[in-house]
Design a protein around this ligand. Sequence first.
Ligand code: BES
Ligand code: MN
Ligand code: MN
Length: 455
Amino acid sequence: MSQLSDTLSNNHDKNIEELKELLRIPSISSSSEHKEDIQKAASWIAGKLKNIGMEHVEIIETKGHPIIYADWIHQENAPTVLVYGHYDVQPVDPIELWKTPPFEPDVRDEKIFARGATDDKGQMFLHIKAVETLMESEGKLPVNIKFCIEGEEEIGSPNLPAFLNENKEKLSCDVVLISDTDMWDKGVPAITCSLRGLCALEFTLKTANSDLHSGMFGGGVQNANHLLVQLLSTLHDSNGKVNVDHFYDDVQELTDLEKQQIEELGFDEEKLKQSLGLTDLTGGEQNYPYRERTSSRPTLEINGMWGGFQGEGTKTVIPNEAHAKITCRLVNNQNPKKIQESLKKHLEEHAPKGCTVKVTLQDTGYPFLTPIDSPMIQKAAEAYQNVYGNPPVYKREGGSIPIVTDFNQSLNAPVVLMGFGLPGENLHAPNEHFHLENFDMGILTICTFLELIHQ
Ligand code: BES
Ligand code: MN
Ligand code: MN
């Protein structure tokens, strides 16, 4: 292992320069403007996988953005690891808040700043480097490895489930290994043992057949904005609980032991309030503690709402149309499709008198939960312990990686969420960054894991 860490420190600068090349490609999956950049990122990764000695490297086109596959299968008696990651990134706005441009990676204070630095190009790259380092020092890998890297995670992985189902044999493996989550704190690693699921929808509320003069009609006709607010306010009760029928049907309470484990991990709410510029943390269900509400309870959020006049000055208008976008985070047995339907029904049934509501269903993703005593997770814990000198915390993550449950179920393999991000690295926000202390340590942890499961 000390030989590996020597190799890594010798190659450190070169490795960072390579990562910068990938970070310079603006592979934003949600905007059609960046279609070519997505292709560029995919070819860059495919090229890199070939260079490090991976075989059968393919760029597989889908209805959306391409998937990259590669494998190295020469260890007959060793397990097979499937590495998943994503090369697409979130949009960069508000661009004016970036201290250095999002696609001109900049190293300062031992961090690398760029869109995708931690989510997920930086973390995905650690696996490429782990393979390269092992190949360089041993001439072979301790286990069989497959890569499946996609370009649509940030838009809900619409085309990956079909690819998984059609390629079960090709992707078959003993464990799925993913680095797209956070550690607990500096020097304290974490294995994420649950992720929340997701469902999204939007709707349009309509009243009259056009906007109306608020002098001529005001006091007489319905205002779409008013009805929108009225409708949206039926979604939660005064205690922050979601007020949609059947929403909680498949939600299980944490056991006392699980609650206690969350308590014992400790969490500094004062520090969080300060860093967020908030006076209180009173979102969500008031009768659950903050950590539980943000990791183990489902939520319903209004992500956007608009209607009526938004230009400069005054316009005396009664708008006839208003819109809202809603997403829910889901836990344990909640079925995203069922929740979407319940929510749609709620919006239609609670539509105030005098309007129509038209709902459009959008993305869905299942929640994920894994037992922590599985052998693969225990090996991952051992790898972290060896490299960081600390055992990992088992963390329930509030965010989502919608494809994880699909991997787990369709390949019938355990998933290890071995994250190297740190909380506060601004993923999806301006000034996203990755702490370079976790760069070599991350690669080393992955190498160690692969060696540990070799037996
Ligand atoms: N890597 C994140 C998931 C994540 C978020 C891990 C926070 C750890 C902490 C992933 O890329 C992501 O952003 N997921 C989206 C999914 C959505 C766009 C379908 C999310 O959680 O919002
Ligand atoms: Mn990610
Ligand atoms: Mn993301």
